[in-house]
Design a protein around this ligand. Structure first.
Ligand SMILES: Nc1ncnc2c1ncn2[C@@H]1O[C@H](COP(=O)(O)OP(=O)(O)OP(=O)(O)O)[C@@H](O)[C@H]1O
Length: 366
C-alpha cells in the first residue's frame, strides 16, 4: 500500500472555490479521517484524489506517482484507488461473489479463492458469496462494498461516509469490522465523515476541514485535548467555554482556579473544559458546590446541567458522568474539574483570537 500526498490543492465548481490550497499527507498503512460539516468539501476532496474531479491547482501523488498536477492527469481507472460510496453501490444483478470480483481480470469465476479470502477479511461467512445484494442487511452490503474495493489490492482506499446510512448499532459494528479489515490488509485509507465520534474512534489521524481549509490535523487524542481554538474544540465534541484569567500555570474562571496546560500565556483567556472533566460528588466534598437543573440519562452515561456554581447565580454548565452516578434534579452536589484545562488567549496579543463575545457554554451535537 502507498502514501498519499496532497499539496496546495485548490478546487471548486464554476466560480465557487470549495478547497483553498489544502495540504494533507496520509502515511502508508494508516487511516486519516477528514471531519467536516455539510458542504465543507469532503466529497470534493475524495473525488479529486480518485480522479473524478479536476483541481484548479496543486498536486496529488499516490505512492510517489503524481496523478494530478501541472500538466499531469491520470484517469481514475489507472490510479489504483478503491472507492467505497455512502450507499455501497453494489450491482443488484450480480451475486456477492460477482460484485467482489468485478474489478479483477476476467474470467471472474477464477477468483473464488480471493472472494472467500475477502469475505473472511470483512467478517462475512463464505455462504454469502452466492447471495444477491438484496438478501443482505445494509451493514453486510457495506462490508461487501469494502471487499470489492479491496479486491484488486489498490494502493489507496477512499471511504465516503460509508456508515452514515446505517442505524447506530449496525454502524458501530460495521465501522469496527471495516477498521479491522483495513488494518489486516495494511491499507492506506481516507475516510470522510461529519461524525466526530466516528472520526476519533476510526482513524490514526483526524483532519478537520472547514470553509475549504484544514484547520487542524493530528492524532485523535491530541486534537481532542489540544484543539487549536474554541471553534475546533466544538467540532470535536462538547466544550464548555468560560471567560478566564491565566496567571503562572493556573486559570481563574467560573469553575474556580484550575491548572492550565503548559504554554498558556498569562492574561485574558477563553477556558475550555470538556464535560467529562467535571466530576460530581457529595455536596461540600468537591471544589465548589452546584445545583442540578436537569439530567439527561443515556444508560451508560448522563448529561447533567448545573448552575448556582459556588453559591452564586451562574449560567448553566454541562457535566457528563457515568450513568450510575447520575444525580437527581434540584440536588445540590460537589463539583471538581480534572485538569489541566486548555485555554485560548483572547485580545489583541492572541495568535488566534476567539470572539470576545463567546458564550459561557457551547455544546456540539452528541
Ligand atoms: N457538481 C457540483 N456542482 C456545483 N457545486 C457542487 C457540486 N458538487 C458539490 N458542489 C458544492 O460544493 C460544496 C462542497 O460540496 P461537497 O459535496 O464536497 O461537500 P461535503 O463536505 O461532502 O458535504 P456533505 O457532507 O453534505 O456531503 C457545496 O457547497 C456543494 O453545494
Amino acid at each position: 500500500m502507498t502514501e498519499l500526498k496532497i499539496r496546495a490543492v485548490t478546487a471548486g465548481y464554476g466560480r465557487d472555490t470549495v478547497l483553498d490550497s489544502v495540504d494533507l499527507t496520509v502515511t502508508q498503512g494508516t487511516t486519516t479521517a477528514v471531519l467536516g460539516g455539510s458542504g465543507s468539501g469532503k466529497t470534493t476532496l475524495l473525488r479529486i484524489i480518485a480522479g473524478f474531479h479536476r483541481p484548479i491547482g496543486g498536486e496529488v501523488s499516490v505512492g510517489g506517482r503524481t496523478v494530478a498536477g501541472p500538466g499531469v492527469w491520470v484517469p481514475p481507472e489507472r490510479r489504483g484507488i478503491g472507492y467505497v460510496r455512502q450507499d455501497g453501490g453494489l450491482f443488484p444483478h450480480l451475486s456477492i461473489a460477482g460484485n467482489i470480483a468485478f474489478g479483477l481480470p476476467r474470467p471472474r469465476h477464477r477468483h473464488r479463492a480471493r472472494v472467500l479470502e475477502l469475505l473472511d477479511l470483512v467478517g462475512l461467512p463464505a455462504l454469502m458469496a452466492d447471495r444477491r445484494p438484496d438478501q443482505l442487511s445494509g451493514g453486510q452490503q457495506q462490508r461487501v462494498a469494502l471487499a470489492r474495493a479491496l479486491a484488486p489490492r489498490p494502493g489507496l482506499i477512499l471511504l465516503d461516509e460509508p456508515f452514515s446510512a446505517l442505524d447506530s448499532g449496525l454502524r458501530a459494528a460495521t465501522r469496527e469490522a471495516t477498521a479491522r479489515a483495513l488494518r489486516a490488509a495494511g491499507a492506506t485509507a481516507v475516510l470522510v465523515t461529519h461524525d466526530q465520534g466516528e472520526a476519533l474512534s476510526f482513524a490514526d489521524e483526524v483532519a478537520i476541514l472547514d470553509a475549504g481549509r484544514f484547520r487542524q490535523v493530528g492524532h485523535p487524542t491530541d486534537i481532542y485535548r489540544e484543539p487549536v481554538d474554541a471553534e475546533v474544540a466544538g467540532f470535536l465534541g462538547d466544550a464548555i467555554l468560560l471567560d478566564g484569567t491565566a496567571i503562572e500555570g493556573t486559570v481563574s474562571c467560573a469553575l474556580g482556579t484550575l491548572p492550565v496546560q503548559d504554554g498558556t500565556p498569562d492574561g485574558q483567556v477563553l477556558v475550555m473544559v470538556r464535560p467529562e472533566q467535571i466530576a460530581l460528588t457529595r455536596a461540600g466534598s468537591g471544589h465548589l458546590d452546584a445545583t442540578v437543573r436537569a439530567v439527561s440519562y443515556f444508560g451508560h452515561d448522563a448529561v447533567v446541567e448545573l448552575d448556582g456554581i459556588g453559591g452564586t447565580p451562574s449560567r448553566p454548565v454541562v457535566a457528563r458522568v457515568l450513568g450510575q452516578h447520575a444525580p437527581r434534579t434540584d440536588e445540590r452536589v460537589g463539583l471538581s474539574v480534572a485538569g489541566p484545562v486548555r485555554a485560548f488567549p483572547v485580545g489583541p496579543s492572541a495568535a488566534q483570537p476567539p470572539t470576545g463575545t463567546a458564550p459561557l457554554t457551547e455544546t456540539a451535537p452528541r
